[in-house]
Design a protein around this ligand. Structure first.
Ligand SMILES: [Zn+2]
Length: 338
């Protein structure tokens, strides 16, 4: 049903674009700033099915179409220009768009960066420092990998002495199981979350590790790739914490470490100050915001699916619009024109 509605919406947007009316919609939105949120990318003709286990993967063909639309009809600006606008009131172009990518996947460099570079389009990549520095995989990747790979027909997990069972008989059941488990672990503190992920890896017998064959989709960036991207200042690097925890569940000490250690490592490795921050899972509260400011960041992005207005905003609650897998160019334009 959701897919049908998405298709109908995309057809409606296609009709609007073909009639030329989309420029009228864009003019209506010209005082808004849209911050787009991507994660990793995959080559459609090499997809192995793992990309279906989460909405955060974008086909590189779709991304190319989206960039071409943005280049023709909007102004994609560096994140720093947006921050400066809110700090000092400097002018922004109409229909300003900022591109962000979360986590630090190698596909940002290997697939997305060549397209950005060809077109001279800037972007900001938020890196989880332990993922890149130690190739310590992120918990959603570990969960998705172990369920995707397993031959078991069922998974039983224990949370708070309660037994939960998920059928894994076919691909669709596996995808649904991953979605359900993500909801279960969303609000857990990092230690409990990782204990549960280890429990799932034990039960499925499938562990994502750097020793084995890492699916190309889940590979982290390398520092030399980051160095290459920041050389011409088209790409900026922000922090996405050290371990990617739900920050609202961290103690004060853990919170400080997540904010300060990642900032320091990124600055040391890139030779550039790291002043942009991204809340993992878009989750924050008043304490997290306060600590983020105290750590010396200039802004922080969340999720929120909304648009920022020019002029005034809370720089530590910047909302972003997620671009989902399978969002063809008309679906994407629909997100921009909402
Ligand atoms: Zn993330």
């Amino acid at each position: 049903m959701g897919e049908l509605v998405a298709k109908l919406k995309a057809s409606a947007v296609a009709a609007v674009v073909m009639s030329g009316c989309h420029t009228w919609f864009l003019r209506r939105h010209c005082h808004h700033v849209t911050i787009l949120m991507y994660h990793g990318f995959f080559e459609e003709n090499r997809a192995d099915g793992l990309e279906q286990y989460g909405s955060r993967w974008c086909g590189i063909g779709d991304f190319k179409g989206q960039l071409d639309y943005l280049r023709c009809h909007t102004h994609v600006i560096p994140f720093e220009q947006l921050v400066e606008h809110y700090q000092t009131g400097t002018a922004l172009p109409d229909n300003a768009v900022v591109i962000t990518m979360d986590d630090g996947y190698a596909s940002n460099y290997r697939l997305a960066y060549p397209l950005l570079k060809q077109r001279g389009i800037p972007a900001c990549i938020f890196v989880s420092s332990r993922f890149v520095e130690h190739r310590e995989f992120l918990w959603p990747d570990r969960l998705e990998y172990s369920v995707w790979k397993t031959d078991s027909d069922e998974l039983e997990i224990i949370i708070d002495d309660e037994s939960l069972r998920y059928p894994l008989g076919d691909e669709q059941s596996k995808i649904e199981a991953v979605e359900a488990i993500k909801l279960q672990v969303k609000d857990l503190c990092h230690r409990d979350r990782m204990t549960l992920i280890s429990q799932i890896e034990d039960k499925t017998g499938q562990t994502l590790s750097d020793q084995g064959e890492t699916p190309v989709l889940l590979e982290p960036l390398r520092w030399n790739e980051i160095g290459d991207m920041i050389e011409n200042s088209l790409i900026s690097i922000g922090s996405h914490t050290v371990r990617h925890p739900n920050l609202t569940t961290c103690t004060d000490e853990q919170l400080r470490d997540e904010l300060v250690s990642s900032k320091a490592l990124i600055a040391q490795k890139t030779g550039k100050a790291c002043s942009l921050f991204c809340y993992p899972g878009g989750t924050y509260d008043g304490r997290v915001k306060r600590f983020t400011k105290e750590a010396g960041y200039h802004c922080a992005v969340a999720i929120g699916g909304a648009f920022e207005k020019k002029g005034e905003t809370d720089l530590f609650e910047l909302k972003r619009v997620g671009v989902a897998r399978g969002m063809r160019v008309y679906g994407f334009i629909g997100r921009l024109l909402r």
